[in-house]
Design a protein around this ligand. Structure first.
Ligand SMILES: Cc1cc2nc3c(=O)[nH]c(=O)nc-3n(C[C@H](O)[C@H](O)[C@H](O)COP(=O)(O)OP(=O)(O)OC[C@H]3O[C@@H](n4cnc5c(N)ncnc54)[C@H](O)[C@@H]3O)c2cc1C
Length: 354
């Protein structure tokens, strides 16, 4: 029998971040991942942006999450000797003169001081439709998620074990203080399995939210991300840009759709004033929760079965910080913030099978 400290199921953004935290602490891990091509983490544009939504407000816990994510990804880049983290200003055109005035006033608020690079009260970028100017934000950028996940996979291969397979639940035995999977024993098993929430956690309200993006070739000259209605983010190759995303709770079918292509191209034309050539289209499914907060903690009846899920639309900014929260809870007994603790769903959704 082989012994490790933890088994991690899934190596998307969630499993990768947990693996990093555990390897940093010298823990022995086995990661099991079936690496399906359309996992949310592999199709994400990788954007991180502290001011989001139609109303453009500072995102939940931005002051904690953003400094943390910059340090986390930079450290992993240095370790991997590979580039996958791209901090870059993000431009949000104003929709009206009223919005411009609101932001002029808001710029004096200390809460926004660390995030505003410049407020433009007139058109600032020739290839962007911004008649009322816009907001240039800092602490933004994008993560090349596939390169990052591949780099962490390499780190796991070097410092732990990784099996490329679908976890066979029949081969898993669970006790209160240990789990055994095939010939490997561990203290705990951590499910970071996205929308495929496993038999232990299928009672949780993790709602699949399908999203599609398109990749276009366009002669955009600025070194910025543009985001209003859709985002326009650099792709892997020079001259390529990812445009996204759609949000569809009702479509559970695998695959891309013609409707999403039309929607994204319309929104792209509203945002940008430049020619483009359509190259390809991607789809994936985000694991969302009703309160838009992640889910961390142990199964109600099996303390050795842990979950880190519900990253929704913001896996890039949430996983670095909350993977440390999870590991500190498991290793040092530091209580979980009630807003992310699985306990908040137990009383509503859990019924014991006994
Ligand atoms: C179109 C689209 C665009 C997005 N854009 C952004 C963005 O710009 N910025 C942002 O922050 N977020 C974005 N997201 C959201 C982001 O992708 C998610 O928040 C994040 O990827 C979720 O990561 P995860 O690790 O929880 O899940 P996943 O990425 O789904 O990873 C789960 C992994 O577990 C594996 N797995 C599952 N079950 C098993 C099993 N039984 N055995 C073995 N392996 C298993 C899967 O194969 C997969 O590799 C986007 C999502 C989509 C779909």
């Amino acid at each position: 029998m082989h012994t490790v400290d933890y088994i991690i199921v899934g190596q998307g953004l969630a499993g990768s971040a947990v693996a990093v935290q555990l390897l940093n602490r010298g823990r022995k891990i086995l990661v099991i991942d079936d690496a399906i091509h359309n996992s949310s983490s592999r199709v994400a544009a990788g954007l991180f942006n502290p001011v989001t939504g139609k109303k453009m407000v500072k995102t939940w816990m931005a002051d904690m999450l953003f400094p943390y994510l910059h340090d986390f990804y930079k450290q992993e880049e240095t370790r991997a000797e590979e580039k996958f983290f791209f901090p870059m200003p993000l431009y949000r055109p104003f929709l009206s003169i009223e919005e411009q005035n609101e932001w002029m006033a808001r710029s004096a608020e200390p809460a926004y001081a660390g995030y505003i690079e410049t407020i433009f009260s007139a058109p600032a970028f020739a290839q962007v439709r911004d008649p009322f100017g816009g907001l240039l934000l800092k602490q933004c950028g994008y993560l090349s998620t596939t390169r990052y996940v591949n780099a962490i996979k390499k780190r796991i291969e070097d410092g732990g074990m990784i099996w490329n397979e679908h976890l066979d639940e029949q081969s898993l035995q669970v006790e209160d203080d240990a789990v055994t999977y095939k010939n490997v024993q561990a203290k705990k098993i951590i499910y970071c399995s996205g929308v495929d929430a496993s038999r232990w956690f299928n009672w949780l309200p993790i709602r699949p939210l399908k999203g599609e993006t398109i990749l276009v070739k366009a002669p955009f000259r600025e070194n910025i991300i543009v985001n209003r209605g859709v985002y326009f983010v650099p792709g892997l190759n020079p001259g390529e840009w990812r445009v996204g995303a759609t949000y569809n709770f009702h479509d559970h079918d695998p695959g891309i759709t013609a409707g999403a292509k039309v929607e994204l191209e319309e929104k792209l034309t509203e945002l940008m004033d430049l020619p483009y050539e359509w190259k390809s289209q991607e789809w994936g499914t985000r694991p969302t929760t009703p309160d838009r907060r992640p889910i961390l903690g142990a199964h109600p009846e099996h303390p050795s079965v842990i979950i880190f899920n519900g990253l929704g639309t913001k896996g890039v900014s949430l996983t670095p910080y909350f993977s440390e929260v999870l590991v500190r809870w498991m290793e040092n007994g530091i209580s979980l913030n009630k807003l992310v603790d699985i306990d908040r769903y137990k009383s509503v959704y859990w019924t014991s099978p006994k």
